[in-house]
Design a protein around this ligand. Structure first.
Ligand SMILES: [Zn+2]
Length: 137
């Protein structure tokens, strides 16, 4: 059946793409300009000439926002790692969608539960023996 082959092929492509994802990090990268607070500094003038840019990486740790200051070079690395994290999420989301379709088909190839089996499940009893799924799609 060609549909199955397509699913399997797409899934394998995603697996390959997943294996290509490098290091990743979560969080947000910020580029900020800030005043220093010293009276008479250009950052206090009107219009202000703020200091910076300053690069920051922020993320949530146990519900709290944690901020780390970075150099431009460090920020560039972080940007690439954060991109990798987004790519990873996209690939995994696609794998999940494909997996759902593929496994739905596998489940439907097997006989549906009988009334007796459903009744047993409702009473909290499970059939002791489960059917093995086919190894290949
Ligand atoms: Zn200043």
């Amino acid at each position: 059946m060609p549909m199955k082959t397509d699913l399997q092929q797409n899934y394998q492509e995603l697996q390959r793409a997943l294996s290509q994802v490098g290091y990743f990090r979560r969080g947000t990268l910020l580029k900020r300009f800030m005043p220093c607070g010293k009276p008479g500094c250009a950052c206090q003038a009107s219009p202000p000439r703020l200091h910076g840019p300053y690069y920051q990486w922020t993320r949530k740790v146990d519900g709290k926002t944690v901020t780390v200051r970075l150099t431009l070079e460090q920020a560039q690395l972080l940007a690439a790692w954060i991109d990798n994290g987004r790519q990873l999420d996209r690939i995994v989301a696609q794998m999940e969608r494909l997996s759902l379709r593929a496994t739905d088909r596998l489940l439907k190839e097997l006989p549906s539960p009988t009334r007796k089996a459903s009744a047993a499940r409702a009473q909290g009893k499970r059939a002791p023996k489960s059917q093995k799924l086919p190894d290949k799609l």
